[in-house]
Design a protein around this ligand. Sequence first.
Ligand SMILES: NC(=O)c1ccc[n+]([C@@H]2O[C@H](COP(=O)([O-])OP(=O)(O)OC[C@H]3O[C@@H](n4cnc5c(N)ncnc54)[C@H](OP(=O)(O)O)[C@@H]3O)[C@@H](O)[C@H]2O)c1
Length: 254
Amino acid sequence: MNLQTLNLIAYVWLGIAILVHFTMFFITAPFGRHTSEKWGPMINNKIGWVLMEFPSLGIMLYFLLFGTYSFNSFVWILFGLWIFHYTNRTFIYPMRIKATPKKMPLFIVINGIFFNLMNAGLNGYYLSELAPKNDYALNWLNTPQFILGLILFITGLAINWKADTILINLRKPGETGYKIPQGFLFKYISSPNLFGEIIEWSGFALMAWNLPAFTFLAWTFANLVPRAKNHHDWYLNTFSNYPKERKIVFPFIF
Ligand SMILES: NC(=O)c1ccc[n+]([C@@H]2O[C@H](COP(=O)([O-])OP(=O)(O)OC[C@H]3O[C@@H](n4cnc5c(N)ncnc54)[C@H](OP(=O)(O)O)[C@@H]3O)[C@@H](O)[C@H]2O)c1
């Protein structure tokens, strides 16, 4: 595939992200607290997470190890960061979430697999086959774009992990219900884990500075902002004492 074809696919994929973004304010993605049997056959929650996230990890590992130019520049750093994030999301996160009788629709898993095939496919192929090698040469490591991007990536990752940890630990062994999370960024927003994930992929896009990385950031934003709104509305409807001053996902803004 040449660059023109990849760009065309990325622009179409970006257009779909915009449509999905607005649709998701009206149709809540049915997993986690919003899970529903109305969406067809169901699958164990933990297995669902592994199945839907593995393609992203597997594809990026494949392009890192077998791609033509993966080690001809410092582009392997971008692969490494992606693989680090998705090792957690694919294997560690599902092991850590508390086992509840909850299931997720197979429909969500299939959507997740397609989302990950497209995003990892576009990013992996671009980085290992098409990116100009001087974009990720030694001097790239000294650019403000790389340094700021890396700081944002690590900060976002830390926020995402810490917030996920607080949420996971709200349940004592055997508990299945929900509580109001307190402390850390929960003082300001309902979904610091989703905020952290958006910051993380903003950092990645800044570092990588290419169309597939910005397309992935757009998809992350498109998915997670409406999901955070769904979570926030759910908290307000579920807990009469939910702190009214909390924003949805961006502290002091939204
Ligand atoms: N890149 C992307 O596009 C994308 C898309 C989706 C998710 N993600 C990431 O995947 C992770 C999970 O996302 P999510 O929206 O499913 O997160 P979430 O609803 O906040 O749930 C995270 C975990 O904490 C539990 N939990 C949440 N709130 C709780 C509460 N108030 N009381 C007790 N337990 C609670 C959930 O249990 P239940 O499952 O039982 O609700 C789940 O195990 C996040 O880190 C997110 O950033 C990324």
